[in-house]
Design a protein around this ligand. Structure first.
Ligand SMILES: NC(=O)c1ccc[n+]([C@@H]2O[C@H](COP(=O)([O-])OP(=O)(O)OC[C@H]3O[C@@H](n4cnc5c(N)ncnc54)[C@H](O)[C@@H]3O)[C@@H](O)[C@H]2O)c1
Length: 449
């Protein structure tokens, strides 16, 4: 019989895992401490926007294979495998906050106390090295009164999904990393994934601590590529005919480098890179090991959003009293997530300069209202956003913004001037309006050499 699944923590990661398992015919108990979240999920409403998520949620509820609950005991008792996907935010000093990991471990342990059958616990949350060995395992052992190994199993199975394509990534991952406490635990998870995917996904089995490190090293390396591209972009802007897009796409053809994450822009944000890199830095501090590449990555990234302000000033001078339209608020397209989005420091800086800020995002307006309340104006469309503005800063590369033609900017804006912070638009089409883009030399109008 197919193992039954429980998922503890139904945020981006947990909900995608839960509905994808359900859509493949597994019975899934999804547990969260957030009662409102559980109520709305039970009624078929996800508070999280992700392409395909609503479709999979509807299907999972219709087939009764997904059961949202606030009862962790029920979820663990009725299942064979429990995935832990609770949040691991940052503490004030940047180090990882393991409160939710400890709470969920304690709840799992309490539920395992009277469960006669062997049960597998799989940590999917991003946790710093040794957390599974030194936190999850002892907490569950203490609360269950049962030793890890003979009575229950433990794996660390990092998640690599990208918001905006979370369902796709859950169904078609590049690889699976299984950090295992022992052979039995690793094999149980390996077998579960074989029956889930119906095809062989490259799988690496290793110790739990190595799996924990894989996740941090992976994210730090990708963030470093982004900062490298942005550093190169800043250099390009000092050279009149240079174009970072030409440079990075050429170096990306080198197989040793690869094209991914070399797109210059206004820096990375989101719920993972910034917090994971802070946690890695704090972990390095605790271990007395310097991580200079990580520090440089962060330093470049923290400055990068403000390139958009510099470029706007170059185009129109002082921003004080000017109407600035900001296109895009989410940290990336196809999500409504504004956690650590670069739009936040940009808008705050504009407000400090006494600019009038009007914003538009296809999905993230509700999130933005919670952050900026009445201090900015919220437009209902991109066209309404740019109307009457002195300069437009494009912050998130939503595909729909490509539909805005130079003629519309010229007709609708007070003084047409565009800062393309994500290199989304084709500069050759904007020769008649003031246009600046990250990584483009000042005399470069065509985007080609
Ligand atoms: N979001 C991503 O793109 C992504 C990608 C890879 C890995 N991760 C990692 O996965 C983990 C989860 O991330 P997320 O973005 O889904 O977080 P999230 O904040 O969206 O969701 C976490 C959920 O856990 C719930 N929760 C907290 N404590 C709980 C408890 N004791 N019992 C049950 N539920 C509890 C919260 O109510 C919330 O619904 C984090 O460690 C994150 O770093 C996230």
């Amino acid at each position: 019989m197919r193992p039954r699944i429980s998922v503890i923590g139904l945020g981006y990661v947990g909900l995608c895992t839960a509905v994808c398992f359900a859509s493949k015919g597994f019975h899934v108990y999804g547990m969260d401490v957030d009662v409102e979240r559980i109520n709305s999920l039970s009624q078929g409403r996800s508070r999280t926007y992700e392409p395909q998520l609503q479709h999979h949620l509807n299907k999972a509820l219709k087939t009764h294979l997904f059961q949202p609950t606030v009862d962790s005991e029920l979820a663990v008792e009725k299942s064979d495998v429990t995935f832990v996907s609770v949040g691991t935010p940052s503490l004030e000093d940047g180090s990882i906050d393991l409160t939710y990991v400890k709470q969920s471990s304690a709840a799992i342990g309490a539920s395992l106390k009277n469960k006669p059958k062997w049960h597998l616990v799989v940590v999917r949350s991003t946790v710093v090295p040794t957390t599974c060995d030194s936190v999850v395992k002892p907490v569950i052992e203490e609360t269950s009164g049962k030793p890890c190994g003979p009575e229950w199993g433990l794996c660390m199975n990092p998640e690599f999904l990208r918001e905006g394509s979370a369902i796709y990534d859950t169904l078609c991952p590049d690889r699976i990393i299984i950090g295992e406490y022992d052979e039995r635990s690793g094999s149980a998870l390996d077998n579960l994934y074989r029956s889930f995917f119906h095809r062989k996904i490259p799988t690496k089995r290793m110790s739990m601590v190595n799996a924990e490190l894989v996740k941090y090293a992976n994210n730090a390396f990708l963030a470093m590529k982004v900062s490298f591209a942005n550093m190169t972009a800043n250099l390009c802007e000092t050279l009149p005919t240079a174009d970072v897009g030409v440079v990075t796409s050429a170096i990306g053809l080198d197989k040793r480098i690869g094209q991914g994450f070399l797109r210059a822009g206004l820096g990375y944000g989101g719920s993972c890179f910034p917090k994971d890199i802070k946690a890695l830095t704090a972990f390095g501090r605790e271990k007395n090991i310097d991580l200079p590449l990580v520090h440089a990555t962060v330093e470049i990234n923290e400055k990068q959003p403000f390139r958009s302000i510099d470029l706007a000033e170059k185009l129109i001078g002082s921003l004080s009293g000017k109407r600035i339209s900001v296109l895009g608020l989410a940290f990336k397209p196809d999500t409504d997530d504004m956690r650590e989005a670069v739009s936040i420091p940009i808008i705050k800086d504009l407000l400090q300069r006494h600019a009038n800020v009007v914003v538009y995002d296809p999905k993230a307006i509700a999130q933005a209202r919670r952050i900026f309340e009445g201090s900015i104006t919220y437009a209902e469309s991109a066209v309404e956003c740019i109307r009457g503005s002195d300069v437009c800063i494009l912050v998130t590369e939503w595909e729909s913004f490509k539909d805005l033609k130079p003629k519309e900017f010229a007709k609708l804006m007070k003084h047409p001037a565009i800062v393309d912070g994500r290199r989304l638009l084709d500069p050759s089409q904007f020769s008649r309006v003031k246009y600046a883009s990250v990584g483009l030399g000042s005399n470069h109008k065509t985007g080609t050499p």
